[in-house]
Design a protein around this ligand. Structure first.
Ligand SMILES: Cc1cc2nc3c(=O)[nH]c(=O)nc-3n(C[C@H](O)[C@H](O)[C@H](O)COP(=O)(O)OP(=O)(O)OC[C@H]3O[C@@H](n4cnc5c(N)ncnc54)[C@H](O)[C@@H]3O)c2cc1C
Length: 550
């Protein structure tokens, strides 16, 4: 069988990715016009399998989409009761009173949720409206029309040999064609990256910025569990090395989400984000909480941090970028799910109006207008200077200045700082190995802290080994010839799943090994490689992590 034998199916709207953005778009399309044909394609083995979020949910998105979500049984049941914020030193902590923070930072009225479970529920809701959802279908290519517009995607290609040739079990996949194609792939989507480059969508926006979020689910001693408590920390162990922070969200069943975010603009190529997370858990405050508990799941995902000034143009001929494919996270609030939902809703409304007018394959300008002037703009604009201030001046100054800026934005609707620029991309921020000290990380103790490969087994990730690696190098010589001498090949450390190794054997040249089977689809390599030589592409559908309730 060959690629030319692909069958095609036609829909009104084709949606790539069953996250909050894609599912919201699907639901809104069918709410507005039950006759529309809508398909959602998801690379995870089931909806929710690849969803990793905090998550404290600001319900403004779901309120706008499904106002009666409560009575419809949405798994949004743990209201935030207590909000803590600490600055950490190596052994101590300083509580920052919440009243010093602008109201937008307050988590009261929000809910602690598993976004994986919220997405599973939204998918059922969408199917009830007649949306077709196909999990296990990775969208690997875009299909273009004669005028250069996006008119569909290729999904469900299976059975390639490791050298890329078709095996006996080869399935060429299908072309799913639509009047409009929505890309809701989340952060650093592989098709979205291609579309942004092809249509030059980022020409008028600042560079994209990212963090790496790592997360464990812990089951803790019931005596220490405080359902509804949200705690954020900043400071140790990152300090001057890198920006970032942690979160603890006490959900139900004595479980706590323990998360750690490292901003990917760190300079020292010896920094090991995963090991920073592990040593963080030995802080007395954290140790006290987790002692006697057990880690039951692990995962990692990049998070978009560029904010308002980095949002690219979100429409292109034949489609639109939704949610984190457009970078809609409010960084100081660490929240993007509400904006993902609102973007899905707005794109759907624009598409329904266009289809009613007999249009297809053009730009949905109404969606761009809504995004630039509606609730998403309001949410992102007032925090737009926090990240650039942090990148320039570090944590303490940015807390003061960023806080002041958010207050003036909040009270008066303007910033005395205007809109600050981000400067370099995260890849360009990486400094030379020779200019920075190596960091000596304590060995994980196997109780509170774990080695990377043990933890990866708790992501339940799985990739069919006989397929080609889905992590492509533009130039196979760069890791050893360029990255190793200049940056001590940081892929060995920045990958939170231990995918990349430099193997040195006596009498032999060092080798760069890609253990793609371990990949948890976080996309950090695509973002942070200083030579921008790694392209993250989709493996065959159904492969990747199998997160329970992340
Ligand atoms: C550690 C961490 C903590 C966070 N905490 C919070 C929080 O507390 N509150 C909050 O509101 N936000 C939080 N966020 C941000 C939030 O997770 C994102 O804003 C949100 O997930 C964006 O939704 P999305 O639908 O755009 O993308 P995603 O949720 O990433 O969903 C994208 C989906 O598309 C699928 N997909 C991708 N590419 C393809 C393809 N080519 N073919 C088929 N399927 C594909 C993926 O498998 C996935 O299921 C956090 C993020 C991280 C990483």
């Amino acid at each position: 069988m060959t690629e030319n034998m692909r069958e095609s199916m036609e829909y009104d709207v084709v949606i790539v990715g069953a996250g909050p953005a894609g599912l919201s778009a699907a639901i809104r399309l069918k709410q507005l016009d039950a006759e529309l044909s809508v398909v959602v394609l998801e690379k995870g083995s089931e909806v929710g399998a690849h969803i990793l979020s905090g998550a404290v949910l600001d319900t403004s998105g779901i309120d706008a989409l499904i106002p009666d979500w409560k009575s419809k049984g949405a798994p949004i049941t743990v209201p935030v009761k207590k909000d803590n914020f600490y600055m950490l030193g190596a052994a101590g902590k300083l509580r920052i009173p919440i009243f010093l923070m602008p109201p937008l930072m307050n988590n009261h009225g929000k809910y602690i949720v598993s976004m994986g479970n919220v997405c599973r529920w939204m998918a059922e809701y969408a199917e009830g409206l007649g949306v077709e959802i196909f999990p296990g279908m990775a969208c690997s290519e875009l299909v273009f029309g004669d005028a250069g517009e996006v008119k569909g995607v290729v999904a469900g290609e299976f059975g390639k040999n490791s050298d890329g040739t078709p095996s006996d079990a080869y399935e060429p996949g299908m072309e799913l064609l639509g009047k409009y194609v929505f890309l809701s792939e989340g952060v650093r989507g592989s098709l979205s990256k291609g579309v942004i480059a092809k249509y030059d969508l980022a020409q008028n926006s600042d560079v994209a910025k990212f963090g790496l979020g790592m997360k464990e689910i812990w089951e803790i001693d019931p005596a220490k569990h405080r359902q509804g408590t949200v705690t954020h920390t900043m400071g140790w162990p990152l300090n001057a090395n890198a920006g970032g922070g942690s979160f603890f969200y006490h959900l139900e069943n004595n479980q706590v989400y323990v998360g750690f975010v490292v901003h990917l603009n760190y300079k020292n190529p010896h920094l090991h984000p995963y090991m920073e997370f592990q040593r963080f858990k030995h802080h007395p405050m954290v140790e006290e909480l987790l002692k006697g508990g057990k880690r039951i799941a692990y995962g990692a995902r990049a998070i978009t941090e560029g904010g308002w000034q980095s949002v690219p143009k979100v429409v292109f001929p034949g489609g639109a970028l939704l949610g984190c494919s457009a970078g809609l996270v409010n960084v100081p609030r660490i929240k993007g799910n509400h904006n993902a939902m609102l973007s899905g809703k707005a794109a759907a409304e624009a598409a329904v109006a266009a289809i009613k007018d007999g249009r297809s394959g053009d730009e949905l300008a109404a969606y761009e207008t809504d995004l630039r002037s509606g609730p998403i703009a309001k949410d992102l604009k007032r925090v737009r200077n926090v990240k650039p201030l942090w990148s320039r001046f570090g944590l303490l100054v940015s807390l003061g200045l960023g806080g002041f800026d958010m207050w003036t934005n909040n009270l008066f609707g303007f910033s005395v700082l205007g809109t600050l620029k981000h400067g370099k991309s995260d890849a360009e921020s990486t400094g030379l190995a020779a200019d920075y000290a190596k960091i000596d990380y304590p060995k994980p103790d196997g109780t509170l802290s774990f080695d990377r490969l043990t933890n990866v087994s708790f992501a339940m990730t799985n990739h069919e080994e006989s397929q080609p690696a889905h992590l492509h190098l533009n130039d196979a010589s760069i890791p050893i010839d360029v990255n190793l001498p200049k940056f001590d090949e940081p892929a060995q450390r920045y990958c939170p799943a231990g995918v990349y190794e430099v193997v040195t054997e006596e009498g032999k040249d060092p080798r760069f090994v890609i253990n793609f089977q371990n990949c948890v689809h976080c996309k950090t390599c695509d973002i942070k490689d200083p030579s921008q030589n790694i392209n993250w592409t989709v493996p065959q559908g159904g492969d990747g992590p199998n997160y329970p309730n992340m």
